[in-house]
Design a protein around this ligand. Structure first.
Ligand code: ADP
Ligand code: ADP
Ligand code: SF4
Ligand code: SF4
Length: 591
């Protein structure tokens, strides 16, 4: 069983010397027809039945437009949807269970959204042929929970509710006040109650176009919760939320399942996915080419198999290495040169005051900044950069700062390559930057794309790259993990760490994903206070002190998974939670 996918956005038959792939294909040269030319659309088509999978066309195509993969035979019967000849293929679907939250873990481009569109009844899967009826779909899933589900979907007995992935796009589609939007969704007559639970009562009378990303996320979640349905789907509910909000949202979604509803959730923050789900599916394959939903797995085991890169029941190794979180405590920044010793700094705005304790930043270190949104993190960095003058305290140094904001806009006319080469064309050619930054973040594959055609995750990777390519002493990256999948989060973390270490630079990274904080930080800086009113920045601290201080404020404890070393949030009030709170160890449990 072989699949061939051609990325027709890359394929350019005029520039490769006129259908180079067809001319080099050994099957064609012997008079066969593995590759034929679609004259009408002026493009090649690979006929999978005749192709031997030799891979010659893949290597010869100058635009890397072709992918050929051999699949285990057994998958054939699980083929759910193919977007066209030589296009992406999706195998199998997740289960849907009443009273359960089913979590989905997998890379971007592996077919999660496709599966959701099918389950939400937005498209009838073609079953990799020319199917256009629900009846055949029902037949395919005979004897499976999905059979009943699709029967109900066909008879309009199920109306699925979807919380979309890109909440930043909501203001373009909906105008007016938050309250009006939610009132329209309120089929359960629970607007006030849900708003209070999510902490958005204060913004109900605000206009939608005035909301921050985090507020939009909460409003979108509220709108989904207010619907009265049987099946709810949440696509990345945690983007733009701080840790406290993430776990609160997870608890509220869990409650929905406890009341008998079926819930499906895609989530890349592993601590949240872990906390939220009853069972999970791992989606594996090759992004853009094919994706396969694994069998349902227990949450702990499923996430560990994902980190290990090996699915036991399926007997599939999908990553050649294992991801481990072995770090038991402190890293050393001390001993390196000091970048800046800053005094106590205060900034007064009309309705917000930030007080920062004095502190030191070292060269070569990554300091995570944790704390809620609107607490003064950006204000602090602007003061360090000399952009914003402190009300109290003197900034008498000149630090060059490179900044990646939380919300990134695609308002550049041109390609990724043009944008990045305007920052520093020589770095795009340097082997160091290729190995440490560009290749791990998959940037060269995006070079020819227009900036305003990029998906949210692609745009994020380009923005991180642009920030790190600039010459600066201090790099500030605000929520680099938003819209990235787990693999990309780790790649970005590694790139940031290596560039700081090797270039003797300093990075401040605002982050809410606990696993990423764990993976990236040498030290941690905690911001406390009351968002929008008052903020206090504590000096950078060691990981243990910092995490304890931060998590004590949030009221959440974590334990370590004995196999993978990853942090797992304890259930509130559980034995471990109470024990850890008693001894004040919220994160690193004493050995
Ligand atoms: P995920 O949600 O996991 O990121 P998607 O389901 O959105 O993945 O997409 C999986 C693949 O299917 C992507 O490579 C995407 O380019 C491709 N794809 C999505 N929609 C279409 C379409 N309408 N036509 C052709 N290919 C598509
Ligand atoms: P964070 O980076 O933690 O999200 P910010 O530093 O951006 O927080 O903002 C903290 C608070 O200061 C917010 O309430 C914000 O509205 C306010 N603020 C930021 N910049 C200004 C400004 N130039 N004038 C008035 N208020 C501001
Ligand atoms: Fe040329 Fe590559 Fe397109 Fe084949 S796939 S026609 S080699 S650009
Ligand atoms: Fe031809 Fe080999 Fe390419 Fe298949 S993989 S289309 S046989 S060149």
């Amino acid at each position: 069983m072989r699949i061939a996918v051609i990325d027709y956005d890359r394929c350019n038959p005029d520039k490769c010397g006129h259908f180079l792939c067809e001319r080099v294909c050994p099957v064609n040269r012997m008079g066969g027809e593995a590759i034929i030319i679609d004259e009408e659309n002026y493009r090649p088509i690979i006929q999978e039945a005749s192709c031997t999978g030799c891979g010659i066309c893949v290597h010869k195509c100058p635009f890397n437009a072709i992918t050929i993969v051999n699949l285990p035979e057994a998958l054939e019967e699980g083929c759910v949807h193919r977007y066209g000849i030589n296009a992406f293929v999706l195998y199998r679907l997740p289960v849907i269970k009443e009273g359960m939250v089913v979590g989905i873990l997998g890379p971007n481009g592996a077919g999660k959204t496709t599966a959701v569109r099918i389950l939400a009844g937005q498209m009838i899967p073609n079953l990799c042929g020319d199917n256009d009826s629900w009846d055949s779909v029902i037949k395919m899933f005979r004897g499976n929970e999905l059979q009943t589900y699709f029967e109900k979907l066909k008879n309009n007995e199920i109306r699925p509710v979807v919380k979309p992935q890109y909440v930043d796009l909501i203001p373009r589609a909906v105008k007016g006040k938050v309250r009006d939007l939610l009132r329209k969704a309120d089929e359960r007559n629970a607007l006030e109650e849900i708003a209070a639970e999510l902490g958005i009562t204060e913004i109900l009378d605000r206009n939608i176009d005035q909301l921050s990303g985090g507020e939009l996320q909460l409003v979108a979640i509220a709108a989904a919760l207010l619907r009265d349905a049987q099946f709810y789907f949440f696509d990345e509910p945690s983007s733009y939320l701080d840790i406290k909000q993430r776990l609160k949202v997870a608890r509220i979604i869990r409650k929905l399942a406890d009341s008998g509803k079926s819930v499906l959730a895609v989530e890349h923050d592993l601590a949240v996915l872990d906390y939220l789900s009853d069972i999970i599916h791992v989606v594996y394959g090759k992004p853009g080419t094919y994706g396969i939903f694994s069998k349902p797995k227990g949450v702990r085991n499923g996430i560990n198999e994902f980190l290990r890169g090996y699915l036991k029941d399926e007997n599939v190794r999908f990553r050649p290495y294992e991801i481990r979180f072995t770090k038991s405590g402190e890293r050393k920044s001390q001993g390196s040169e000091i970048l800046v010793e800053y005094p106590r700094l205060v900034k007064d705005y009309s309705s917000f005051r930030l007080e920062a304790d004095p502190g030191t930043l070292y060269m070569g270190e990554v300091v995570s900044i944790v704390g809620p949104n609107g607490i003064g993190k950006t204000t602090f960095v602007k003061m360090l950069a000399g952009v914003e003058k402190p009300t109290e305290g003197e900034v008498d140094w000149e630090l060059k700062v490179s900044y990646k904001p939380q919300y990134i806009r695609a308002d550049y006319e041109g390609t990724v390559y043009e944008l990045l080469s305007r920052i520093d064309a020589s770095k795009l050619l340097s082997n160091f930057y290729k190995t440490e930054l560009l290749n791990p973040l998959g940037i060269p594959e995006l070079y020819d794309k227009q900036i305003n055609d990029l998906s949210g995750g692609e745009l994020q990777r380009v923005a991180i790259t642009a920030c790190l390519l600039r010459d600066a002493d201090l790099y500030l990256l605000d929520e680099p993990s938003a819209h990235l999948d787990v693999e990309q989060r780790l790649a970005a973390s590694r790139a940031i760490r290596h560039l700081m270490e090797k270039g003797e630079k300093t990075a401040l990274v605002v982050e809410h994903d606990v696993l990423m904080i764990d993976y990236i930080s040498d030290r941690i800086m905690v911001f406390e206070g009351e968002p929008g009113r008052y903020g206090r920045a504590l000096p950078p601290m060691g990981m243990r002190d910092g995490m304890n201080r931060f998590l004590a404020g949030v009221g959440i404890t974590f334990r370590r998974d004995p196999d993978s070393g990853r942090p797992r949030a304890n259930k509130e009030g559980s034995v471990k939670d109470r024990e850890q709170k008693e001894i004040g160890e919220y994160y690193y449990v004493a050995p």
